[in-house]
Every structure is written in structure tokens, then in C-alpha cells.
Write a protein that binds this ligand. Structure first.
Ligand code: HEM
Length: 132
């Protein structure tokens, strides 16, 4: 039987998390994608933010594996127009930066793994984005 996407992603993320540089490279890529995004993190404590993102990505994966959505709902609220005011279009930039970074850090990366990530975490991303 085929391995479920969420198992493929769980293992791929484990390989990425072996190297803390993964999160440095993600934010370099994400903030490098536009001046608007860079400006959003101007006053951010980046070591702390990298740690928070590590947990945030894990939440996306855990929801894909059937865990409760409570923490993603809180991220939906913090990122909404009443919070950080993250426009819905910016989530595709976020996802592209993530997969670009996974491709560089997961030694087993492949088209299959790329597809598994996109399919597995899109519902969780949509949950956050739709709270805008
Ligand atoms: C599904 C994708 C995303 C995840 C999982 C995620 C995760 C997180 C987490 C865990 C935090 C810290 C907790 C909090 O403040 O609520 C955070 C803060 C933040 N995120 Fe996101 N985020 C995502 C997408 C985005 C996008 C697309 C942007 C902007 C283009 C963005 C901008 C920010 C900003 C500005 C903060 C606050 C930084 C600060 O405290 O100075 N996020 N995000």
C-alpha cells in the first residue's frame, strides 16, 4: 500500500529539522522574496521566531495526521486583518519558500515528496488564510 502523504511529510520534516540552519535558510528565502515581507519582520526576534515556526510547521503536519485544529485556529486569528494583517495572497509565497528550503535540506527530496508536502499541509494553510 502507498505511504500516506502525512507520513512522507513527517519523515521529510524530521530530516530537515536535524539541521537548525533549515529555519535560517527558510527566513532568508521568505524575507528575500519581497520588501513587503522583509519589513514585516523588521522588529522581530528572529531566533525566537525560528523556534515558533518550527512548532507552527509541526502543527500543520499534525493536523494533516488528524490532530485537533486548535493551534492553527489561533494562528488564523494572529495572522488575520485584526492581527498581523497577512493578505491571503502571501501564503503562496510562504509555501514556495518552504518547499524551496525543504528541497535544499531533505537529502531524499523528490517530486513525490514535494507533492506530498503540498497536498498534506494545504488544508492547514487554508484554515489560517481563510481566517483573514
Ligand atoms: C501557514 C503559514 C504560516 C505559519 C505556519 C506561520 C506561523 C507563525 C507562527 C507560529 C508565528 C508566531 C506565533 C504568533 O505570533 O501567532 C508567526 C508569527 C508571524 N508571522 Fe506567520 N506563519 C505563516 C504565514 C505567514 C505569512 C504568509 C506571513 C507574512 C507574509 C507571516 C508573518 C508573520 C508575522 C509578521 C509574525 C509576527 C512576527 C513578530 O512577532 O514580530 N506568517 N507565524
Amino acid at each position: 500500500m502507498d505511504t500516506p502523504d502525512s507520513d512522507i511529510v513527517f519523515q521529510s520534516y524530521g530530516r530537515c529539522c536535524n539541521n537548525p540552519q533549515f529555519f535560517v535558510d527558510f527566513y532568508d528565502r521568505f524575507m528575500g522574496s519581497s520588501d513587503e515581507i522583509r519589513a514585516m519582520f523588521r522588529d522581530t526576534n528572529m531566533p525566537q521566531q525560528r523556534h515558533l515556526l518550527r512548532n507552527g510547521i509541526m502543527q500543520l503536519i499534525l493536523v494533516a495526521r488528524g490532530m485537533p485544529e486548535t493551534k492553527l485556529r489561533a494562528l488564523g486569528a494572529s495572522h488575520s486583518r485584526k492581527g498581523y494583517n497577512i493578505r491571503p495572497e502571501l501564503y503562496s509565497v510562504w509555501l514556495d519558500a518552504l518547499l524551496h528550503t525543504v528541497a535544499r535540506h531533505d537529502p531524499q527530496f523528490s517530486g513525490e515528496i514535494d507533492g506530498a508536502w503540498r497536498r498534506a499541509i494545504q488544508p492547514g494553510i487554508d484554515l489560517i488564510r481563510n481566517a483573514y
